[in-house]
Design a protein around this ligand. Sequence first.
Ligand SMILES: Cc1cc2nc3c(=O)[nH]c(=O)nc-3n(C[C@H](O)[C@H](O)[C@H](O)COP(=O)(O)OP(=O)(O)OC[C@H]3O[C@@H](n4cnc5c(N)ncnc54)[C@H](O)[C@@H]3O)c2cc1C
Length: 427
Amino acid sequence: MKKVNVIGAGLAGSEACYFLLKRGYEVHLYEKRPKVMTPAHTSEYFGELVCSNSLKSNSLDNACGLLKEEMRHMDSLTMQVAKETAVPSGNALSVDRELFAKKITAILKQFPNLIVRNEDVSVPPEGVCIIATGPLTSEALSSYLSKTIGQESLFFFDASAPIVKKDSINMNIAYKKARYDQGDDSYINCPFSEEEYKAFYNELVNAELAMIHDFDKSYFEGCMPIEVLAKRGFDTMRYGPLKPKGLQMMDRPKAYAVVQLRQDNSFGDLYNIVGFQTNLTYGEQKRVFRMIPGLENAEFVRYGLMHRNTYICAPLALNENLSLKNNSNLFIAGQLNGVEGYVESAAMGILAAVYAMHKLEGKEIPQLPSETILGSLHNYIIHADPKNFSPMNANFGILYGANKHNREESIEKSLKLIDEWWKKINA
Ligand SMILES: Cc1cc2nc3c(=O)[nH]c(=O)nc-3n(C[C@H](O)[C@H](O)[C@H](O)COP(=O)(O)OP(=O)(O)OC[C@H]3O[C@@H](n4cnc5c(N)ncnc54)[C@H](O)[C@@H]3O)c2cc1C
């Protein structure tokens, strides 16, 4: 029987195990809990949801909903158990978190070919190994990874600014310009009048914050949440990321402050709001950041966030098949490989297992179509700009070939293509 090691029994690790166990592989699953807990997990169970009990939208016209449907087509353990443990929550898929984790654990432990080892792994075992140790990967293993891929390719904190769709920015108000006209004019600038800035400032400093864990409270000065910076003083942002100097336009009134947006993907249809990493709740980000002139109808494809997050700079360190460029026996799955979110992490668990299986069998991997949301996520993490790489969740902004006008066809195509791909995987 061929053997695979999996480190981490979170969402990604559980999915990877399920895929391989069903196909008869001997899986050695290394999980440090309950011997050693993480700062967020509280139980011994596999697939524990560390915060919200919601797996987000279930509807197909939401990208995370589409990802869930693709995962159902791939016989996902997360989707199967989420259905069995669902609690009412409108359009969202939410679960009884304890029952969810207990069921995942029970299903996996039924397989006689699973060997569970409660160890805090500091060096991966020999052979093919899927590392799915998540955002709170223990220190010793992080240090091993850092030595293997280089310090510059492993991050420990996620301070992401919101990303908006370019075509939702009002270019009658916003304009393209580089500071002092140096370099190219790839930045989009949103100018504030004094009155607009005052109104924005007041809402920002009073906006509702998301829950913050103690281990998430140590900020680096260079990536301070925008609301924390604002609370230091009325003008602080104007001397920092909202500095108007060098961004004035001759034919317009003098701007009191300017918010800059930087291109986020090579396609050029996504822009991040520079310096706007934040702990505001998603609802408040939408309300307050839409007060920025030019962003009144901004469509957010990802909201800003700040939390402890160990993740790999995938475009630098990973091969197309999610293995490390410096050690092709080590596959990286889940949040550690640069995706963000429960569902996205679980989906990456399936994908890493598919790739690990192909390596063991010495088979060529059928190309994962970019027009699927799973393919788009994979595409994003492998091909993003490594300089500004930050974790990505499922959203239509990254779905190849999709736009506002062909949403329905894109969804249909995505499901058809994932089916075709899945058939090839199982052939
Ligand atoms: C505090 C916090 C809150 C979050 N809230 C949400 C949310 O509400 N919604 C959402 O969609 N996403 C959320 N996320 C982001 C993310 O989607 C989840 O963290 C998700 O659980 C990641 O799945 P994973 O399988 O990659 O890692 P995890 O689910 O964290 O699983 C990793 C597993 O590896 C084990 N492990 C770690 N190191 C070792 C080691 N060296 N040896 C052996 N075992 C090890 C851990 O004990 C854990 O069981 C949150 C993240 C954090 C940190």
